[in-house]
Design a protein around this ligand. Structure first.
Ligand code: ZN
Length: 113
């Protein structure tokens, strides 16, 4: 299981999530984007904890982090780190982050690297 970013076929700028038009060169309206799996290593930029979650999250609190990945993309993901520190190295795994009756949502979950 991978989560993909999208590389502009014209200038090489990598986007996540998917965009119709390249935000670097403004071209590529004909969707020439190559899917590239997101790197798993990154640096924690900031984090927070959420409480009072909806019932389909089977946990009392949820750590959320914003991580800058190796290729410069920033991504929000769950944080499974007891005492997070800004700037620490983290490693992501693709996991089911929420499961409903009919579907499962995959997302990046970050652990201490
Ligand atoms: Zn471009």
């Amino acid at each position: 299981m991978e989560i993909y970013s999208y590389k502009c076929g014209k200038c090489g700028h990598v986007h996540y999530p998917y965009r119709m038009v390249c935000k670097n060169c403004g071209e590529n309206e004909h969707n020439e984007f190559d899917p590239v799996p997101l790197p798993r290593k990154g640096k924690l930029l900031t984090y927070t904890h959420l409480y009072n979650l909806p019932a389909d999250f089977e946990m009392a609190k949820l750590g959320l982090g914003i991580v800058e990945l190796e290729n410069g993309i920033t991504i929000t993901g769950q944080l499974k780190i007891e005492t997070p520190r800004i700037g620490m190295a983290v490693a992501g795994r693709v996991e089911v982050v929420r499961s409903g009756e009919y579907d499962e949502h995959h997302g990046m979950v970050f652990y201490e690297a």
